[in-house]
Design a protein around this ligand. Structure first.
Ligand SMILES: [Fe+2]
Ligand SMILES: [Fe+2]
Length: 318
């Protein structure tokens, strides 16, 4: 009897998804749907927050006041993205403290890309162009994802991401028209960030076991390989405007497919970085833990203030 009831609920849930009716926090949902979303949204939130680190360390070194102000605004946007996303995940029944704890103890993942170092100013341009560019490609379809709070958070995030992508491309365009040294710096940054950027779409479809279920639930609208191909096609054309090259000798237009063919991705590197062995994994988590510990007094003060105010209000009511 109870089993039959669950089957009916699941059918009703799937019908709503099929009709593109958004699922809201108080609606019934399969437990696996909830868990998948908690994992995906919290990973996404962590990526925004950890993503502030490689760029934050260039704020004081950005070459002009204009570049500094723009970079501060960008890094601040990423903090905002993290906050909307933590809030969206909280509607599924997990607390902020639990999510932060999972990040700090290594239980939760974040995007592999933020474990690479930012060595030169050109890296900041390249991150904007390629990393925020890949993020947009991933995130625009999420504006139509089946879970309401996630979809709504993504609308604003995507608007801000397109500003990030443009500021990055503009940095590179300036460098690409500069001195020989600046051009070389620009090409070197593209060489180092290209492959990690296309890894951002996640494992190839045949190595991504959750894709089919996520597509059925309309959490995902396109597969990893579909999005990666779109991204390669766009970048292969944009890099020509910069007069630079993507570091892939196999990159070639395929008229039959109507897409660019590209070389083999080093998945071994991807899995190494994901499992904590990238160039900066330890440094990133150490920076997050330090910031959390140093912010303890703020959380304590805010809690004490809220308690006092609640006491005052209840005294006034009495
Ligand atoms: Fe972001
Ligand atoms: Fe961004």
């Amino acid at each position: 009897m109870e089993k039959q009831a669950t089957i009916n609920l699941e059918q009703q849930f799937q019908d709503r998804v099929d009709q593109d009716i958004r699922i809201e926090p108080k609606d019934w949902m399969p437990d696996k749907y909830r868990q998948t979303l908690i994992r995906q949204i919290s990973q996404h939130a962590h990526s925004e927050i950890v993503g502030m680190l490689p760029e934050g360390n260039w704020i004081t070194r950005a070459p002009s006041l204009r570049r500094k102000a723009t970079l501060i605004a960008k890094v601040q946007d990423e903090a905002g993205h993290g906050l909307y996303l933590y809030s969206a995940a909280e509607t599924l029944g997990i607390s902020r403290a639990e999510m932060i704890d999972q990040l700090h103890t290594g239980k939760a993942k974040y995007s592999s890309i933020f474990n690479y170092p930012t060595l030169t100013w050109a890296d900041i341009g390249t991150i904007g162009w390629l990393v925020d560019g890949a993020a947009i490609m991933n995130q625009v379809p999420l504006c139509r994802t089946s879970y309401g709070p996630y979809a709504r958070a993504m609308v604003r995030i995507c608007k801000e991401e397109s500003f990030h992508q443009r500021q990055g491309f503009e940095i590179l365009l300036t460098l690409s028209r500069g001195s020989e040294a600046q051009k070389a710096m620009c090409q070197d940054a593209i060489n180092r960030w290209w492959w990690p950027s296309i890894m951002m779409f996640g494992p190839a479809d045949d190595a991504s076991p959750h894709t089919a279920q996520s597509m059925k639930w309309k959490i995902k609208r396109f597969t990893n390989d579909e999005l990666r191909q779109k991204f390669v096609d766009i970048c292969a054309d944009q890099v020509k405007i910069l007069g630079m090259e993507l570091p892939d000798p196999e990159l070639k237009w395929n008229a039959e497919r109507g897409h660019y063919d590209f070389g083999k991705i080093n998945w071994e590197e991807f899995w190494q970085v994901i499992s904590g062995n990238g160039p900066c994994n330890k440094e990133r988590i150490a920076a997050r833990v330090k910031a959390h510990e140093e912010g303890a007094w703020v959380r304590e003060a805010a809690t004490a203030f809220a308690t006092k105010r609640a006491q005052k209000q209840s005294a006034a009511v009495a």
